[in-house]
Design a binder for this molecule. Structure first.
Ligand code: NAD
Length: 567
């Protein structure tokens, strides 16, 4: 038996639970929508249409249960057609952020005393509401964050899974209080909430990641201030609304959007914020970690930071790999959602004997994939999120052209140029379309081989032998995801132990981790903290405490209640 293999586990079907039923025990992931069915496609089209009359609405801050405006509104636009404003978002300033940091501790005082089972029940209710609103929320993700249908639907499933999983995990933790009693003494070890948690999220999993971090904090008894990413604020607002519908007490969850450099910075520095749960780029994650470590005289505690950050993930293609599978896996992992997944494969490390064959076939496939608007059913490569990302990726494409050979150029292909033109309106330059882009013969130390690009750009690197492939795999600063296509048991055995990354996949795509099945997260410059959707995650939001009681006391002081009981 090979170390770490789980051959004995029988495959299980993913069975959908009936709406309204209590969540399954043990935890099961909810299934995605099957868009091969005409009826489901019609539902999604209808859901997209329901957003048309709701565009361009105002979304205020929500602090302590109150709607708050600041007079400063920022549009959140559709990346497929930037002239379409999805909503106008109230921007928090110092006063509003301070107000949130005052409201949250007030709510925390009561919330921390609510039983873990009751706290979990709010998450289960939100999961039900999400399932009920599945199509509507997926449609919104498609419009606001440019998510193709299947990606938006999977995001929604993951958000539901986080609610159900963390709810169940909290109940498990509460039921398994550790006791180490000795003669004359009881010893109880339990987990208490930390206080106010600032949740700072990215836009690429606009519902799932925000839901995951916020629900983990809420269910462990903390109060939360959500600071969503700028391009995903309407979706974040809907999460707040769903918790309101589930009757979460006001102030336990607060919605405080605004620029990261203002609101994110205030939360990170604020003495009353006990913990920051962050997911985003390496640059911002490192800054938060540094800033949060600085203490002031008014600060009651050291701040806890967990940070999930970027990656420069690779897939190794071995000389005996099944080429059909390898090409499918790499294309899907590199270009799905335009490569805007932290888990995306942005490097393919290919063994010399199959290098020419792999690249020739890869290029043919990539040329056949065109970009398209995210709300079109057939789109696989949507536009990138915003102007800033678009400019940064195009700059990297220029750098790549200096460093390596560009064999598929997604910046200048005629389809992309046409789409940009067709979606331009009112003086803007159109949707932020960039097609699949492939560089071959990339040197292992090239910038496009080392730096996270966060777009549909793949660097193909040749390895002389398997040792070199593993060396190249490990020589970035990151360690998030990775994978291998190989039929050699010896190589697979080495790869599973020697490839440095948090989530490693064998003979399959390297994206699409499922809650509980594949707990997710990296190390090195990809993050600090335990894996999201895994058994160690909730503990990070808690302070472990131990209470020792001397049970050899002599007598006790009677109270009115005990007098009656004893008498
Ligand atoms: P980002 O770092 O630009 O922003 C993330 C959040 O941080 C946003 O809410 C932003 O407003 C806020 N922020 C910005 N400056 C801040 C500051 N000075 N202080 C506090 N907060 C600040 O990232 P993004 O563009 O939203 O997301 C893409 C990045 O996220 C990629 O690098 C991707 O790899 C990473 N990511 C990682 C994971 C993971 O699980 N490891 C998952 C998704 C995305």
């Amino acid at each position: 038996m090979l170390l770490g293999r789980s051959d004995a586990a029988a495959p299980r079907l993913n069975v959908k639970f009936e709406f309204g039923e209590p969540v399954m025990d043990p935890f099961e992931n909810v299934p995605n929508t099957d868009f091969n069915r005409e009826s489901n496609r019609q539902k999604m089209l209808a859901a997209l249409a329901t957003w048309k009359p709701r565009l361009n609405r105002e979304y205020p801050l929500v602090i302590g249960g109150q709607r708050v405006t600041t007079g400063n509104w920022k549009p959140s636009v559709n990346p497929s057609r930037p002239s379409e404003v999805i909503g106008r978002i109230a921007q928090a300033d110092q006063t509003a952020a301070d107000r949130a940091v005052e409201a949250a501790p007030r709510a925390f005082k009561e919330w921390r005393l609510v039983s873990p089972q009751e706290r979990a029940s709010y998450l289960f209710r939100v999961a039900e509401i999400m399932e009920r609103r599945r199509m509507e929320l997926s449609a919104l993700m498609s419009l606001e964050c440019g998510k193709p249908w299947r990606e938006a639907d999977a995001d929604l499933s993951e958000a539901i899974d986080f609610c159900n999983y963390y709810g169940k995990e909290m109940i498990r933790m509460a039921e398994n209080v550790r006791r180490r009693d000795i003669a004359g003494e009881t010893n109880e070890y339990y987990y208490a909430p930390r206080g106010v948690v600032g949740v700072i999220s990215p836009w690429n999993f606009p519902l799932a990641i925000l839901t995951g971090m916020a629900t983990a904090a809420i269910v462990t008894g903390n109060a939360v201030i959500m600071k969503p990413a700028e391009p995903a604020c309407v979706i974040a607002y809907t999460l707040l609304e769903m918790f309101e519908e589930a009757h979460l007490p006001p102030g336990v969850l607060n919605y405080c959007p605004g620029p990261g450099s203002v609101v994110g910075e205030i939360l990170t520095k604020h003495p009353k914020v006990a913990m920051i749960a962050f997911t985003g780029s390496r640059e911002v994650g490192c800054r938060i970690n540094r800033v949060a470590a600085e203490t002031t005289t008014s600060q009651p505690a050291l701040k806890k930071v967990i940070a999930e950050m970027g990656g420069k993930n690779a897939t190794i293609v071995d000389s005996d790999a099944d080429m059909d599978e390898a090409i499918k896996g790499v294309v899907y992992s590199a270009f799905g959602y335009a490569g805007q997944k932290c888990s995306a494969s942005s490097r393919a490390i290919v063994l010399e004997p199959v290098y020419e064959q792999f690249t020739r076939r890869l290029v043919e496939v990539a040329r056949s994939i065109s970009a398209g608007p995210a709300d079109d059913c057939g789109t696989f490569v949507p536009p990138v999120i915003d102007r800033r990302a678009y400019d940064a990726i195009r700059k990297y494409i220029e750098i790549g052209k200096q460093e390596a050979r560009c064999v598929v150029d997604g910046d200048t292909n005629p389809d992309v140029l046409r789409l940009r033109k067709e979606t331009a309106a009112g003086g803007d330059e159109g949707g932020y379309y960039i097609g699949p882009t492939i560089f071959v013969d990339v040197a292992r130390d090239a910038r496009v081989a080392r730096e996270e690009i966060f777009g549909p750009v793949l660097s193909v690197i040749k390895a002389a032998d398997f040792d070199e492939a593993i060396e190249i795999f490990n020589e970035t600063d990151f360690a998030l995801t990775g994978g291998i296509f190989s039929r050699s048991p010896a190589h697979l055995e080495r790869a599973r132990h020697e490839c440095e990354c948090g989530n490693f996949y064998i003979n399959r795509k390297i994206t699409g981790a499922l809650v509980d099945v594949q707990p997710f997260g990296g190390f090195k410059m990809s993050g600090i903290g335990s894996k999201a959707g895994g058994p160690d995650y909730l503990i990070q939001f808690c302070e472990p405490r131990n209470v020792t009681e001397n049970t050899l006391r002599r007598g006790f002081a009677p109270t009115p209640e005990t007098v009656g009981a004893v008498g």
